[in-house]
Design a protein. Structure first.
Length: 138
C-alpha cells in the first residue's frame, strides 16, 4: 500500500482525521518499517530493469500551470533511471525510461501528446515496487 492509499483509507474510516506534517512523517515511517530488511533505497542515476510487464504511474509535463498522467504498462525488460530522490529513504521516486522515445507512444495517450502545451513524461514508482518487480543494473 502506498502512502496516499494508506492516508485515504484512514480518512474514510474517520472523516475528522487531520493530515498534518507529523502524521505524514509517521505514516511514511510505518511504511518503511514494513519494507524487507534487505531493501536498498534507490539513489540518483541508478538504473533498474523491469522483471515483468509492470503497471506504472506516469506523469506528464506541460508548458502550463498543470500536469497530467495516468497508468501504463512498462514492458518486461525496460530500463528506468532514478531521478534524485527528495529524501535518503524514499518511499516513492521519480524516474525516466532509458528508451524514452521508443516507448513514448505506448505510454502517453495520443490525446495528451497532441496537447499544444505537452512537454514530456516521467514515471513515479513506489520503492517497494522497485524491490519486488525490478532488478538493479550494476
Amino acid at each position: 500500500m502506498n502512502l496516499l492509499n494508506k492516508l485515504s483509507s484512514i480518512f474514510k474510516k474517520n472523516k475528522t482525521y487531520l493530515v498534518n506534517h507529523e502524521e505524514i512523517i509517521k505514516q511514511k515511517n510505518d511504511l518503511r518499517s514494513s519494507f524487507p530488511k534487505d531493501l536498498i533505497y534507490p539513489k540518483d542515476g541508478e538504473v533498474y530493469i523491469s522483471t515483468c510487464d509492470f503497471k506504472i504511474d506516469y506523469l506528464t509535463s506541460h508548458n502550463a500551470p498543470f500536469t497530467g498522467g495516468d497508468k501504463a504498462i512498462l514492458p518486461k525488460g525496460e530500463q528506468i533511471k532514478i531521478r534524485k530522490p527528495i529524501e535518503d529513504q524514499p518511499i516513492n521516486v521519480y524516474c525516466d525510461p532509458i528508451n524514452y522515445d521508443k516507448i513514448h507512444n505506448n505510454i502517453v495517450t495520443k490525446e495528451e501528446r497532441s496537447n499544444p502545451t505537452y512537454d514530456g513524461y516521467y514515471f513515479s514508482i513506489d520503492t517497494i515496487d522497485l524491490y519486488n518487480h525490478f532488478i538493479h543494473k550494476k
